[in-house]
Design a protein around this ligand. Sequence first.
Ligand SMILES: *Cc1c(COP(=O)(O)O)cnc(C)c1O
Length: 228
Amino acid sequence: MIRVTENLRKIRDLLAETAVEAGRRPEDVHLLAVSKKQPIEKIVEAAAAGQRDFGENIVQEGIDKVTKLAEKGLCWHFVGHLQSNKTRPVAEHFDWVHSVDKLKTAKRLSEQRPESLGDLNVCIQINIDEEASKSGVPPSEVADLARAVAGLPRLRLRGLMCLPAFREAFDDQRLPFALTRELAESLARDGIVMDTLSMGMSDDFRAAIMEGATIVRIGTAVFGPRDA
Ligand SMILES: *Cc1c(COP(=O)(O)O)cnc(C)c1O
């Protein structure tokens, strides 16, 4: 049996340790527990251990969990690829979307966000390694998209998200995260100020924190292997 509570404790310690090593404040690095393909019981265990933020990547599975756990006051993040024809349930149930990569998707989320829920927090997903198989906007198009998204009502543009190609070595892992940080810095110089870098997963979150990650999205290291 996977000990979610124990895993969470270890990861929180590691996040704090790495933040200090990076010369940063531990409270500036937030843990998003990616609960996709994990049973409800493990989310309940994590919530009991004080975890508030959870990430899902499939619309229907996510909505089921948000609805079942509505009383717990958790914060739900959509991290998967979002087709523009599936935005409504996401706009109505989630608190964050990390994976906006098209203006059309952002416009729909903006139109469909119920006013009663407050602004939907969004990040723009960057295809940082420009891989054909991955979604996300190419780095050269980020500025235009960010400017347009920042102007939409009921959305709050929080930052950039990336999902780099696999790299084994720590120093190699840092490169795409550094590029993402530099993109955010260049947007800030152009007046688009954001507070979030959503980057780093189970295998590379230390490298991401060294490069400024404010949200690390960790699944396997918290919950164990996912259901097939
Ligand atoms: C699954 C997933 C994660 C978590 O991956 P792990 O390797 O299990 O930590 C993070 N971000 C996104 C977008 C994911 O889809």
